[in-house]
Ligand binder design. Structure first.
Ligand SMILES: [Zn+2]
Length: 333
């Protein structure tokens, strides 16, 4: 688990000269260890678990920070330099990082590139979308699937840091255990929401895996990718649903403009149904670095607390396996 006194990932990497970092880490590393392996993760959801797995064996930089939309993100010149200088690039795949394909193609063969979600989730478990987009990439929304990611990362990094392989495998098991405990907590918490109220309306379709895993009906106003804007017909259909089902709350997302959600709320109000805005959900990016929500566990935890509370349920007490995480980040169970 990441400790609170460590600086945020990006700051830590950008500020530290590699030599100074190697010296500072020297005491904790095996005598033969050279400079830590340089890893770039595209999203925070990957980077957070990669940092857990890596420990002192690798330096993990996250390319897309809080509030960044991975569907639309175009790598800057600095990103491309950082990617080219990395030993390994961990990306989600399943076309999440739509603008990154060309850069990854150019670097493959020179840098180890690993599509962690693609590796973790076999085809049979992927959700297909009906709108020509292929596979739904938002796999991290199902912690039972995402719990396999630490193992994929440990395996991918092992050849780059063979002296660390056993340690990384052990840390991956710990991280996977915590994410599996999270899955149990989410399941228990969602089960407290009355069946008729298990309807989640969000700005875009990032929550299909979540809905499938926890038996929640999910409606995204904007579709699976944010590359297409919601049309009038999409908004009309959602308004009808919200009014007829008396949905109490809609949710906005940290990476999406709240405009479409507000349009639905306005239209529902004109038809005599008051619907509120639930807390902002973390869909495609985590919260701020150095906060509980800036961890993978924390983003899911915050989402579930918000959803369960708005839909009339009660979040379950945190399981013991997440106790250390909660204490570290000052999160109340
Ligand atoms: Zn998305």
């Amino acid at each position: 688990m990441r400790s609170k006194d460590r600086a945020p990932l990006t700051a830590r990497v950008l500020c530290a000269a590699p030599l100074a970092m190697a010296l500072a880490l020297g005491a904790a590393l095996p005598a033969r260890a050279a400079e830590p392996v340089q890893v770039v993760a595209t999203t925070g959801m990957i980077g957070d678990l990669a940092a857990e797995v890596a420990g002192g064996c690798a330096e993990v930089t996250v390319m897309m920070g809080p509030g960044v939309d991975p569907h639309l993100y175009k790598p800057s010149a600095g990103d491309v330099r950082r990617l080219a200088g990395a030993d390994a690039i961990l990306y989600s795949g399943l076309y999440l990082e739509g603008q990154l394909g060309e850069v990854l193609d150019r670097l493959s063969g020179r840098v180890v590139t690993v599509a962690v979600a693609e590796r973790a989730v076999p085809e049979a478990e992927r959700i297909l979308t009906g709108e020509g987009y292929g596979v739904d990439p938002h796999v991290w929304m199902d912690p039972s699937l995402w719990s396999r990611v630490p193992g994929v990362i440990a395996e991918a990094l092992a050849p780059l840091a063979p002296d660390c392989a056993a340690d990384m495998a052990a840390r991956a098991e710990d991280a996977a255990r915590a994410v599996t405990a999270l899955d149990g907590w989410v399941r228990e918490s969602l089960a407290s929401v009355p069946e008729g109220a298990r309807l989640l309306v969000t700005a875009h379709d990032a929550f299909e895996y979540f809905g499938r895993a926890y038996d929640v009906e999910v409606v995204g106003i904007q579709g699976v990718s944010t590359e297409s804007e919601a049309g009038i017909a999409d908004i009309r259909a959602v308004v009808d649903l919200v009014v007829s089902r008396k949905v109490p709350a809609l949710f906005v997302e940290s990476t999406i403009s709240p405009r479409t959600v507000e349009a639905v709320i306005e239209a529902a109000r004109r038809e005599g149904h008051e619907v509120t805005v639930g807390a902002e959900l973390y869909a495609d990016a985590m919260g701020g670095a150095g906060t509980g929500e800036g961890t993978y566990i924390g983003m899911i935890h915050a989402n579930v607390r918000a959803i369960v509370g708005a839909l009339g349920g009660t979040p379950a007490p945190l399981p013991e396996a997440l106790g250390a995480w909660a204490v570290r980040w000052g999160v109340a169970g």
